[in-house]
Design a protein around this ligand. Structure first.
Ligand code: CU
Length: 271
């Protein structure tokens, strides 16, 4: 009887928690994702959470159930002479279930996806990528495109702007230093390169070079969704909250037109 009550309640709370999880996670504005890497991570997160909810609730419900059912004042506890030290069936089920859950985590396609994502970040796979040098300074993001000889790209209003083509792998090379204060190259602070819409965030450390890779899966812009921006995510001084830069994800032909325009602008300004 205990087992039946325990099992029924466990199934009900698991179902409720799974429904809540799938209703809220991935269906709110926090999950506006438009990069392949971000989607892979989200799928992995969803899969792990889905699998872990019943396990977590089993343990918690087991504690609560035992505390209520077998608390010291219940008449059964005093009368009971049954003290189990071994339960072969329970041990067998426990071990088998644990192995099955662990195997599933290893064999599920989500794990292979993550492997693929990590593999795409190996140096050998970078030859045809678009390279964007990202320089973080107090308090500005500077974007350079070494393949196109662009040193600092800006929009019509003169603000720093990041523009990338959709469906192409982009390598971000992240550095923290202040090119306008060349007295000390190491005189930088830690920033963090965060693009909410890409689902990536990487600390940018003075004296270190770090890399992030992204494939945007459709066009978008900061104008239509504020998550399409670079935002500093590491407190770096009074200007930190405003250390952001708009992003535009465009088609390949729009991107090349934009590059040509930027090259003209830089030539005109003598940069
Ligand atoms: Cu900052």
């Amino acid at each position: 009887m205990d087992l039946v009550v325990f099992g029924i309640v466990w199934i009900i709370i698991t179902a409720v928690a799974e429904w809540l999880m799938h209703h809220y996670v991935g269906h709110n504005s926090m999950y506006f994702l438009l990069s392949n890497q971000g989607n892979i991570t989200l799928h992995a997160f969803n899969f792990l959470t889905t699998m872990l909810i019943p396990v977590f609730l089993f343990v918690i419900w087991f504690l609560v159930f035992s505390a209520i059912r077998f608390h010291a004042n219940s008449p059964e506890a005093k009368q009971s002479r049954h003290q189990f030290t071994k339960n072969g069936l329970f041990t067998g089920v426990w071990i088998t279930a644990s192995i099955a859950v662990n195997l599933l985590f290893w064999l599920h396609p989500t794990a292979a996806d993550l492997e693929q994502m990590f593999a795409s970040q190996l140096p050998s796979a970078q030859r045809n990528d678009l390279v964007v040098d990202v320089t973080a300074r107090q308090w500005e993001w500077i974007f350079s495109y070494p393949q196109y000889h662009l040193t600092q790209t800006v929009n019509a209003a003169g603000q720093d702007e990041l523009v990338i083509p959709a469906h192409k792998k982009v390598q971000f090379v992240l550095r923290s230093y202040d090119p306008f204060h060349t007295y000390d190259v190491e005189a930088g602070v830690i920033h963090s390169f965060w693009v909410p819409a890409f689902g990536i965030k990487e600390d940018v450390i003075p004296g270190e070079t770090r890399y992030e890779y992204i494939v945007a899966n459709r066009t978008a812009s900061y104008q239509t969704n504020p998550e399409v921006r670079v935002q500093c995510a590491e407190v770096c001084g009074p200007g930190h909250p405003w250390m952001e830069a708009p992003i535009r994800i465009v088609t390949a032909s729009q991107f090349h037109a934009w590059v040509a325009k930027q090259q003209k602008m830089e030539a005109a300004s003598g940069a």
